[in-house]
Design a binder for this molecule. Sequence first.
Ligand code: HEM
Ligand code: HEM
Length: 185
Amino acid sequence: MYLYPKWVRLWHLINALLFIILIITGVSMHYTGNKGMIGFAEAVKWHNIAAIILTANYVFFILGNALTSNGKYYKISRKNLFSDLKVQFRYNSYGIFKGEKQPFPVTMENKFNPLQKFTYVLAMYAGMPLLIISGIGLMFPDITVKRFFGVSGLVLVDFLHISMGFLLSLFMIIHIYKCTLGSKP
Ligand code: HEM
Ligand code: HEM
């Protein structure tokens, strides 16, 4: 049996391609004063289209994890959580460069190492919902609160959106770097 079932591969391919489109169009909108990489109207159009498909694809991922055994890899147990994270962090930042053995080898029961699991849960169950909810808030500004403690609700939603977009883009860069690592250079 594969550790990465077909539906996870399909979800992931669509997700990665859409992320690239969303980053290019998002950054274009943000720096639109400098003409951006593409025009503002085009950037908004493609950002909206990619965002809607990404949201549907995210629902597909959540349902897939809820209805299949893949969901078990995302369950964090509090037992030894911090000590396991420390062991993996030490390996990632030191042991791997000294040729040490993986502290948590991949098995059918444990597809992800503790740090990988922690960041995947954070990205998929905290970062993505906040990115999508704030994106929907920008798409339909009428549904956002007008003012929050004297500050414009839309500015706060925009700040949340840009922050989540930035953090998840950072996650993606580290994620791609980590995926290129193996036992040989
Ligand atoms: C071009 C961009 C990307 C590449 C090349 C890439 C590569 C990979 C690879 C090789 C794996 C399998 C190894 C592993 O589990 O660590 C993986 C899994 C995964 N990636 Fe990515 N990734 C990309 C973008 C993203 C993005 C944007 C997200 C989410 C925001 C993401 C989330 C995940 C998750 C959650 C898994 C585990 C899926 C599962 O087995 O349940 N990836 N990725
Ligand atoms: C990798 C994912 C994403 C990134 C990096 C990203 C980034 C950005 C950035 C930088 C802006 C410009 C905001 C500003 O400069 O004030 C923006 C605007 C926006 N984003 Fe995203 N975003 C992402 C995903 C999404 C998603 C999932 C949605 C909806 C569900 C969404 C909906 C919107 C909307 C509606 C706008 C405002 C467009 C306008 O000005 O009319 N975005 N995004």
